[in-house]
Design a protein around this ligand. Structure first.
Ligand code: LLP
Length: 421
C-alpha cells in the first residue's frame, strides 16, 4: 500500500496534487511519501516485534539525507556500502552505533573513517579484508566489531544481476570456509567477532530461498558457538521483493518473513538485524515526467517523455517493469492504445515500455512511474548532459525539494580545461 492515489481525478502524493509540484518544480522529478516510508519501516518493526532487533535501511536504495532522517527518527539503523553512504547517514544524524558497513571492496580509508567515527559492525566479505581490517583497527588502537558474510550457495530465484548468494557470485565467503576464517579472526588484533551475516539477493518473491539460507546460518551459528565464538547477532541482509504491477504479483508480506525468521532462528537467543531497502523505499517513490511528443511511427506510436534512462535505468538495465499512469486520471471509458514509452536519450535502450496500453495522452500531459523510490534517483546519471533531476519529499499537505535540479552552469563548470588548451 502506498499514498499515491487519485483524488478528484488528480494523482496526489499524500495530500498534495502532483500537478502542483510539477508546476512549481518542473518535470521530471522524483517524489517520495513520508507516510509510505514510515508505514513500510513499521511493517518490519512489527514483523520482528518480540525479538531483539534492528532494521538497518539499505542506504543504496534511496540515499537522500531527508529520507534517511525520516527513517532514523523512527529508530532505523543504516546499512552502508561506501564512505560516501556512511557520510550521508552521518550527515542525516544517524549515530555510528546504528550503522553497519557492507560491501566486498572496503578500502583502508573507508575502514579508518568508520572506525574513527563509530560503527556498529563491519560485514566482512573475505579473509583478505579481515586481515586488512585488523591491521587498520590495530593501527588506530581501535577494535572493529565484525560479522563474516557467508555465501550459503542458495539461489534467490531473482534477476541474474541481483542474485548474490550462489557460489559463483563475488559475495561473502563460502560457508564451508567460514569456520576456518572465524578461527583466524579470533586470533587477530583489533577484531571482535559479534555475529554472522548473509544476503542472498534482491527482489525475492518467495520465502523459500531465505529460509534455506537462514537454516544454514542457524547451523553455522551452533557450530561456531560450540567452537567458542561469541555469536550474539545475525544480520540477515535485505531482499524482500515488492509488487511492481498492481495485478498479478503477490510477494510475501513482511509479517510472514518475520514469522519465518522467528521460527528458524528464534531459539538461538540472538539479536536480529535486517537490511531492507526496496521494500521500504520502492513504493514510497514515483517519478513524474511530461510528454514531449506523441510521435506517430510506422506501425507503432511513441510516447516521448522528458525523463530518460539516465533518470531511471531499471527498465534498460534489468528489463524491469514500472507501471506508468497518467497524473490526470483517465475516464473509465477512455480508449487504451498500445504505445512505446521512451525517453529522449540517443539509444534504443532508452525505452521504458513497449506496446504498453495507455489512455490518450498528448504533449504537456503528466505521467507517473510507480515504484520508483528504490534504485531510481540513486542510479541516475548525467548521460547526454542531462542534469540530475530534483527529489521532492511530501508529508501530509506539505512538500519540500530535498535535492534541487542543478543549473546547466553547475553541471558544465565541473569540467576544467587544462592549461595547454
Ligand atoms: N544488503 C546488502 C548487502 C545488499 O547488497 C542489498 C542490495 C541490500 C541489503 C538491500 O536489498 P533490497 O532489500 O533493496 O532488495 N539496483 C538493483 C538492486 C540492487 C540490490 C543490491 N543490493 C535494482 O534496481 O533492482
Amino acid at each position: 500500500m502506498d499514498h499515491f492515489l487519485y483524488r478528484d481525478g488528480k494523482l496526489h502524493a499524500e495530500d498534495v496534487p502532483l500537478t502542483e509540484i510539477a508546476a512549481d518544480v518542473g518535470t521530471p522529478f522524483y517524489c517520495y511519501s513520508t507516510a509510505t516510508l514510515t508505514r513500510h519501516f513499521q511493517l518490519f518493526q512489527d514483523a520482528l516485534a518480540g525479538m531483539d532487533h534492528l532494521v538497518c535501511f539499505a542506504v543504496k536504495s534511496l540515499s537522500n539525507q531527508a529520507v534517511l532522517r525520516v527513517l532514523s527518527d523512527l529508530g532505523a539503523g543504516m546499512d552502508v556500502v561506501s564512505e560516501g553512504e556512511y557520510r550521508r547517514a552521518q550527515a542525516a544524524g544517524v549515530p555510528g552505533e546504528r550503522i553497519v558497513f557492507s560491501g566486498v571492496g572496503k578500502t583502508r580509508e573507508e575502514m579508518a573513517y568508520a572506525l574513527i567515527h563509530g560503527i556498529r559492525q563491519f560485514n566482512v566479505e573475505s579473509a583478505e579484508e579481515l586481515r586488512v581490517l585488523s591491521d587498520v583497527a590495530a593501527g588506530l588502537g581501535k577494535t572493529a566489531p565484525i560479522t563474516l558474510r557467508v555465501n550459503p550457495d542458495v539461489d534467490a530465484k531473482t534477476h541474474e544481476k541481483i542474485a548474490t548468494g550462489r557460489k559463483e557470485d563475488k559475495f561473502g565467503v563460502p560457508i564451508s570456509a567460514a569456520r576456518a576464517i572465524y578461527a583466524e579472526a579470533a586470533t587477530l588484533p583489533g577484531i571482535e567477532v559479534v555475529g554472522v551475516d548473509v544476503h542472498i539477493g534482491s527482489q525475492l518473491t518467495d520465502l523459500a530461498p531465505f529460509e534455506a539460507a537462514f537454516t544454514k546460518i542457524a547451523d553455522l551459528t551452533r557450530d561456531l558457538r560450540a567452537e567458542g565464538h561469541v555469536i550474539r547477532r545475525l544480520d540477515l541482509g535485505g531482499g524482500l521483493g515488492i509488487p511492481y504491477t498492481r495485478s498479478n504479483e503477490t510477494p510475501p508480506l513482511p509479517m510472514d518473513y518475520g514469522a519465518m525468521i522467528k521460527r528458524v532462528l528464534g531459539d538461538l537467543d540472538v539479536e536480529i538485524e535486517i537490511e531492507p531497502g526496496r521494500l521500504i523505499s520502492g513504493n514510497a517513490g514515483i517519478l513524474v515526467a511530461s510528454v514531449i511528443y506523441l510521435k506517430q511511427g510506422e506501425g507503432r506510436d511513441f510516447l516521448i517523455l522528458d525523463a530518460a534512462m539516465n533518470d531511471l535505468i531499471r527498465p534498460a538495465m534489468y528489463g524491469a517493469h514500472h507501471d506508468i499512469i497518467p497524473v490526470i486520471e483517465a475516464q473509465a471509458a477512455s480508449l487504451q492504445r498500445p504505445v512505446d514509452i521512451v525517453g529522449p536519450v540517443c539509444e534504443s535502450g532508452d525505452t521504458f515500455a513497449k506496446q504498453r496500453a495507455m489512455p490518450a495522452l498528448c504533449a504537456g500531459d503528466l505521467v507517473a512511474f510507480r515504484s520508483a523510490g528504490a534504485y531510481g534517483a540513486v542510479m541516475s546519471s548525467e548521460y547526454n548532459t542531462r542534469p540530475l533531476i530534483p527529489e521532492v519529499l511530501v508529508q501530509g499537505d506539505q512538500y519540500a525539494v530535498i535535492r534541487a535540479r542543478p543549473s546547466f552552469d553547475e553541471m558544465i563548470n565541473r569540467d576544467k580545461l587544462p592549461a595547454w588548451l
